[in-house]
Ligand binder design. Structure first.
Ligand code: FAD
Length: 406
């Protein structure tokens, strides 16, 4: 059996982390060990893991990258946050999705675009897990093209009134607030973002069952029937909804990419463990060269994905420190898209190879490779499909004149 020590060295380089960063990542590791048996049970019972909120908040992880000014915000820099998400990703894409949506897609977006009143009211409780957030962009007829959404709002009696439907919303039926995107009624421009309470009359969330994977993650359809939103719950300036959405996706994609690194690392650990003990044709299967090829390939993909995520996180952090620098923003956006595109595909390939190395045992949900295979498939779809990211990456190099649609 290969020692745990060697596993920990997989895809890590000396980043000269501070004592504070090291302690934080050690705490993340401790938390992940606590999550694993519960997540295992929930997965096999195919049910939402409702312990995550309490466990993550007890370890102060729900506000990891949020400013210390708000509630339980830890003020972690982007690289530290990405390293934490990598570790959490090892526990499964469902676990990482819960945190990514709550913190990257929603809380970072509120921190970037919200008024001081919104931040104080929402982030103080969000970082403590007293409020959970969801992100409502996708609709039944608007996915890759969010500009084509049909949810609408109008002003009535000093409030906004929203009508429409959102689809495939992670955390949708457990969230206290959903960030909802809508056009002014009768218009196809001037999109706005709103922070909508689940307690508003006319708001309904219905959990989506029978997903291919991610059974431990909550995904819902959200219905908005004349839902009233107070004036001070618009997020960002009037008409800037698409900019709010794209900035949220930049945060979200980085967290997906980091989670995928964790998936690849976990698959590699599983392959190393299994091929070190399983014997066929009189020798451990790890001695068969074709099995070694799977290990070598996943190891290379792990190193490549890890470095891409680090580069993307580093650029994002530089942008966070210089938000007026448009060039830095574009560079970070491009590298995040690239990291998500690459790591998502690499994680699916890693899970597929891990299943292969496990043989029939790989086909059982009792073992982690099968779960990773089913779960990480979604990372090639949500927060920018492979195809949309391919176009984004190419256009970022060719120039805007080469955009295929607009
Ligand atoms: C488990 C899960 C969780 C999710 N969580 C959330 C969430 O929290 N919030 C949220 O808002 N959404 C969420 N989504 C939705 C997700 O972001 C969308 O599914 C995604 O954006 C793709 O949209 P679509 O499914 O409508 O596919 P479509 O846009 O209909 O695309 C179908 C196919 O056509 C391709 N395609 C589309 N346009 C082009 C083009 N111009 N060029 C080339 N190919 C193209 C796509 O790449 C894809 O292969 C989630 C989805 C899943 C499955």
């Amino acid at each position: 059996m290969i020692e745990e020590k060697e596993f920990n060295a997989l895809s890590s380089i000396n980043l000269d982390l501070t004592e504070e960063q090291r302690i934080l990542l050690k705490t993340v590791d401790e938390m992940c060990r606590k999550i694993r048996p519960i997540e295992d049970r929930c997965y096999l019972e195919r049910r939402f893991n409702d312990s995550l909120k309490d466990i993550l908040s007890s370890y102060h992880m729900l506000g990891l990258p949020i400013s210390k000014k708000y509630g339980d915000g830890q003020g972690a820099d982007t690289v530290t946050y990405a390293l934490a998400l990598e570790r959490i990703g090892e526990e499964g894409t469902g676990v990482r999705t819960f945190l990514s949506v709550h913190t990257s897609l929603c809380q970072l977006t509120i921190q970037q675009w919200g008024t001081e009143e919104q931040k104080e009211a929402l982030l103080a409780k969000g970082t403590r897990g007293e409020y959970i957030f969801a992100f409502g962009l996708t609709e039944p007829n608007a996915g890759s093209d969010p500009a084509s959404l049909s949810t609408n709002f109008e002003e009535r009696n000093g409030r906004y009134v929203i009508n429409g439907q959102k689809m495939w919303i992670s955390n949708g039926s457990i969230a206290d607030y959903v960030i909802v995107f809508a056009y002014p009624k009768g218009k196809r421009e001037g999109m706005c973002a709103f922070i909508v309470s689940k307690d508003s009359p006319g708001f309904e969330a219905r959990r989506i069952e029978n997903k291919m994977g991610l059974p431990t993650s909550d995904t819902a359809a959200v219905y908005l029937d004349n839902v009233e939103v107070p004036k001070d719950m618009m997020l960002g300036p009037q008409g800037k909804g698409l900019s709010v959405a794209y900035s949220a996706l930049m945060n979200g994609r980085l967290s997906v990419a980091a989670g995928c690194v964790g998936v690849i690392r976990d698959c590699l650990k599983e392959m190393l463990n299994y091929s070190s003990v399983r014997v066929q044709h009189g020798k451990k299967i790890g001695k068969h060269q074709l099995v070694q090829r799977h290990i070598a390939k996943v190891s290379a993909e792990l190193e490549a994905s890890y470095l891409l995520v680090l580069k993307a996180a580093y650029l994002k952090q530089r942008y966070v420190e210089n938000t007026s620098n448009i060039q830095l923003r574009e560079e970070a956006d491009r590298m995040i898209a690239l990291a998500k595109y690459y790591a998502a595909n690499a994680s699916f390939d890693a899970a597929n190879r891990a299943v292969q190395v496990f043989g029939a045992n790989g086909y059982s949900l009792e073992n982690r490779p099968a779960r990773h295979l089913l779960d990480t498939r979604v990372t090639m779809i949500y927060e920018g499909t492979n195809e949309i990211l391919e176009q984004k990456i190419a256009v970022s190099l060719l120039g805007k004149d080469f955009e295929a649609y607009r």
